[in-house]
Ligand binder design. Structure first.
Ligand SMILES: [Zn+2]
Length: 75
């Protein structure tokens, strides 16, 4: 079974902590700025989204590799 998370947390580019504002639930546009509740820095939504997207791709790639390894081991 592939263990792929449905959503990846958006993380602050400055302190690396998860952005946990109520605002996160609304739809953002690429050039919107999100304020980090921990360090009060403004994060460019388009940038943090790209980071989260790459992280998701890495996780999926890793999961598929693990799954393939398991399949070949069983033969
Ligand atoms: Zn921060």
């Amino acid at each position: 079974m592939l263990d792929i998370p449905n959503s990846i947390a958006l993380k602050c580019l400055f302190c690396g902590l998860e952005l946990k504002s109520d605002d996160i639930k609304r739809e953002y546009k690429e050039n919107d700025m999100l304020k980090c509740t921990y360090c009060n820095e403004l994060n460019h939504y388009g940038s943090i989204y790209k980071v989260a997207e790459n992280e998701a791709k890495d996780i999926v790639t890793q999961e598929i590799q693990n799954e393939l390894n398991n399949l070949f081991k069983k033969r």
